[in-house]
Design a protein around this ligand. Sequence first.
Ligand code: KIV
Ligand code: ZN
Length: 514
Amino acid sequence: MRKIWVLDTTLRDGEQSPGVSLTSTEKVEIALQLQKLGVDRIETGFPATSPGEISSMQEIAKQVTQATLVGFARSKEQDIDAVREALRGAEDACLHLFLATSPIHRQHKLRMDKEKVLETAAAAIRYGRKYFSKVEFSAEDASRTELDFICEVVDMAIRAGATVVNLPDTVGYASPDQFGEMFRVVKQQVHSIEKIQLSTHCHDDLGMATANTLAAIRNGVDQFEGTINGIGERAGNTPIEEVVLALDTRKELYQAHTSLVLEELYATSRLVSKRTGMSVPGNKAIVGANAFSHESGIHQDGMLKERTTYEIVSPERIGVKTSKLVLGKHSGRHAFKEKLADMGFDALTEEQLQEAFHKFKALTDKKKQVLDEDLFVLMDESRDVSPRIYTLDSIQVSYGNQSVPVASIRLSKQDGTAIDEVAMGNGSVDAIFNAIDKASGEEVELEDYSIQSVTYGKDAQGEVHAILRQGEYTARGRGTSTDILEASAKAYIDALNKLLGRKKVYARGNITIS
Ligand code: KIV
Ligand code: ZN
């Protein structure tokens, strides 16, 4: 069984999902969880895009010491210098350079001929190697590049000193057979190919990122790149959880393994979803809420007789605990602590535990049974470290189907002052949002709003997601409560805080890459 290296790009390609903007503290929190998951390489950002990106990469470098930290750069000296600054404190650093190679990109974007592409990339790799012992080179849009030119590019990268060469399907255009064939040919034709690690990086525009990645693995790549939950530009990147579970479940076929601690996958998926505000669809492979539910009577009957009739991956394998211990009004601190430890929250300080216990008790006044999902939400809120310029103090809504809804709210500001506002709206939610707008004095647009229940039953908590836009900036917010109006207010305020925080901290440049 050969080892496949995993490069996680949730914090770089993943953060390029529309509306996602993570604070530095959130990035560190995710990077620490990725380290716990055991990924070999963490791409922590694209430092030439903004000073904010550099400082969050530096913060990650101080705390994450067990994985190689990767910094992304165009094939330009100024970008390479930005990676040097961002990764200066890293225990183990890798520079990730890219340049497009396909005819479409050469002609329209770069306006370079093949010679110029080879020259530019080689110069950048050589410059990078002066400062980094590990340099990955990506031939952007490799899947739409002439095969003989790809072989030339890989050969050039090896000669110039790259240690990893990545051939991405940048626009999600490839199909598995053809993509696998590209790697087979490259491995067969490029002299000294064994000197480097060959890597792949796929996008999901045609829904084939996982299949293409597995085809590349079958044809000999040493590393694959992806994101947690498959988040990323447009339709997203290869979901890491899908590839590692395919390798694990079909060992006899792929004869390959990764170093990931699979039991950390579910916790990582949850954290990324909560912090990015990108919810995971119920039917998403491996980490979706329904991935282990069996609805049909025939399936349930089969499962009761023998689980493997319909279950190829057990929930426990990815860290989903199936404990049936349900907490409620009469549960004490001891049971609460045990339950949290069972769910993986075993490193809480006394103070954190006490705060969580108070919140739990408050929840049991509103909800009879507190289920695992409720506890996850409660713990996510306790650990939420996003900037809070405004906090919701109180809310009151008057609604009648024959009258105009009115919302009164009290927000407190970071400096301790309170703001009271009242507003009318087309509906209760609209009235709440109008009142918050009046209180903040900010002009924002609601781009998207959605609501789903965290668990089942009439007393279930509602989870609201809201996306706000102000000029060129967008931000996602999330709020939960047993009351959907309160959850809506919380989500709106969360998005507003992120929007304002982001405006202050980051003025991300307009350089993007998928
Ligand atoms: O999709 C892509 O090609 C990338 C880089 C690896 C260039 O994100
Ligand atoms: Zn990409």
